[in-house]
Write a protein that binds this ligand. Sequence first.
Ligand code: PNW
Length: 439
Amino acid sequence: MPLPNGFRWGVGASGFQTEGALDADGRGRSTWDVFCAEPGRIAGGDSPAVAADFYHRYATDIALVRDLGVDLYRFSVAWPRVQPSGSGAVNAKGLDFYDRVVDEMCAAGLRPVPTLYHWDTPLPIEEDGGWLNRDTAFRFAEYAAIVGERLADRAEMWIPLNEPSVLTFLGYATGEYAPGKRLLFDSLPTAHHQLLAHGLAVRALRAAGATGIGTANAHAPTWPGSDSEADRGAAEFYDVLANWLWSDPILRGRYPDEDLATVMPGPVADDLEIIATPLDWYGVNYYSPFRVSAASGEEIPFVPTEIDGPKTGLGGEINPAGLGEILRAFPKRYGDALPPLYVSENGTSLSTVEEPDADDRVRDQGRIDYLDAHIAAMREAIEDGVDVRGYLHWSPTDNFEWTFGYAQRFGLVHVDYRTQKRTPKDSYHWFRELIKASR
Ligand code: PNW
């Protein structure tokens, strides 16, 4: 069965991972600038200072994405470029950069999909408590209005916050990502404040004339490490924390359980009304299933299950069926309250070396296999009636993979970080043919 008419293909990337130019044109510092400068945080001591140099080479990358034949280009606007102090005065040069990027995309026939926040918090905001501080949600909404007013005439779809769950877990619970706090369950207020920021930003964007407003959350089915009652209990708990804590407030206007609702700060019932402001679409970012087992006598009651079988470069499980399962879970859980779905991120890094060979070919068959299987799983879900309207590949070019640095490559296009030369990989050509065939 062919994909539904009008099915949309795209790519996605983020500012901090691609732009470099961290001191350019009055940009303020972010939590990730500081975090990366701490010894031992980033594999190989890699620096985000230049990354894929998107700040200067955006026209090249936009042309490569145009030639791929997709129509959506997801990118992120860096809050510290637009408001270096996180509130108040706008840095015109920072905002102008995104204006140029959006113009370039439109001129190439691509539809811009801005993400407003992909984890790069302005440092002064973090110094005031970051997402532990309720005020951050209101400051974020002000920033959203500024970007909305500037880009609403040309942006096709909007993502206020990318994967707030990952920021809460890795940024505030375990401290593996910036801002590096290890608060365990005391990190939960950052969930509520990010959800509130999402809702306030949806309203601010609409007031600025923006349409096509959605979100992009990390989701995956949660499977227990064994059939034991303890493991099943751990998986059920993890499922609530990793999935439904983030989507129930948005799609149902409530927290998935009462205990969670009671630990959230502020006028939670009133906030939930804002958080549940209807969306035009909902984005699922999927890479690997969640597998957890019970942990006893630990601070956290679950541990990731050892996996066997094929793994991604990051060590995650390759399991395309997981994408189908999580996509089917959404209409089951939300029924008519569910807006159209998008796969807003899917892709992989490889455990094999990816470098251009003597003929300048990058033979990334592992990525082709991953994409082929995941796109097939998505198609099956669509055939079963799940309303999925588009698929965005993460990512157009190789980029800075957070604490893993440059060793983990997610691009369809290889970046030589010494020369900034771009080389489309085998997967780029494969994806282009797939898109062509699907039209
Ligand atoms: C996403 N998980 O992160 C991010 O949005 C991207 O910036 C990143 O480059 C990409 O995935 C690849 O890693 C995730 O634990 C981090 O489920 C963690 C999870 C999912 C996505």
